[in-house]
Design a protein around this ligand. Structure first.
Ligand SMILES: N[C@@H](CCC(=O)N[C@@H](CS)C(=O)NCC(=O)O)C(=O)O
Length: 223
């Protein structure tokens, strides 16, 4: 199989798996774990010197950074559909993708660790509340954008929605009712068959994650 996706589905590999499923690609999933058991081994560091997941190998072409991966695969396989064909549409897909990483990714990660993923006794309510405060302004922006259109770039789902929804998916258990457009859109995105298939994998791997790994994620990323 020429496309390989490295990274356990609990990680940002979820994003690469989701786009591969949307595109109906044949691929091999290698559920590499983070840290010394996986992404920090010399063999893996040769693929991604950052020691982070996900990575893909498309034939001989190796790529890291989850949202670069989704944009690359969408452009390669679905230009004019999941990937916008106009220069402006493409730029808007980049805009929303960079926005999600810059404005939302870290806050959502902190919130999910301290609301859901760490054992209850180790959750820090102050960090969780601070994350909520950080997320409120960008969520308000997203909610307003979605009042105009069913999806971020218009009436159809595109890679821009996939990228932003995948980043926010860690907050799916959050009370999003103050942002009703955002909430309805996130549900629409995550109910797509491709998303549901990969979410099932992600939920399974979440359940199987040893607590030491969750603690390590919080510690080394200072979350
Ligand atoms: N910006 C990168 C971040 C990748 C990243 O941090 N991945 C996490 C898993 S979700 C990881 O591999 N962490 C490694 C570690 O904590 O040692 C991307 O979007 O791909």
């Amino acid at each position: 199989m020429s496309l390989r996706i490295y990274g356990v589905a609990r990680t940002r590999a979820f994003r690469a798996l989701w786009i591969a499923e949307e595109l109906g690609l044949a691929y091999e999933h290698l559920p590499v774990e983070i840290g010394d058991a996986g992404a920090r081994t010399p063999e893996f560091l040769a693929l991604n010197p950052n020691g982070r997941l996900p990575v893909i190998a498309d034939g001989d072409f190796v790529l890291s950074e989850s949202l670069a991966i989704t944009l690359y695969l969408a452009k390669k396989h679905s230009s004019g559909k999941l990937y916008p064909s106009s220069l402006e549409g493409e730029a808007c897909a980049w805009q929303w993708s960079f926005w999600a990483v810059a404005e939302v990714d870290r806050g959502v990660n902190i919130w999910s660790l301290h609301a859901v993923r760490l054992p209850p006794a180790e959750r820090d309510a102050a960090l969780r509340d601070e994350a909520l405060k950080l997320l409120a302004p960008p969520f308000k922006v997203l909610d307003a954008a979605l009042a105009q259109n069913r999806y971020l770039l218009g009436p159809e789902f595109t890679v821009a929605d996939l990228n932003v929804a995948a980043v926010i998916s860690r907050a799916a258990a959050m009370d999003l009712s103050v942002w009703p457009n955002l909430e309805a859109w996130l549900t629409r995105c995550l109910e797509r068959p491709a998303a549901r298939k990969v979410l099932a994998l992600k939920t399974k791997s979440d359940k199987e994650t040893p607590v030491e790994i969750t603690r390590r994620i919080a510690r080394i990323n200072r979350l």
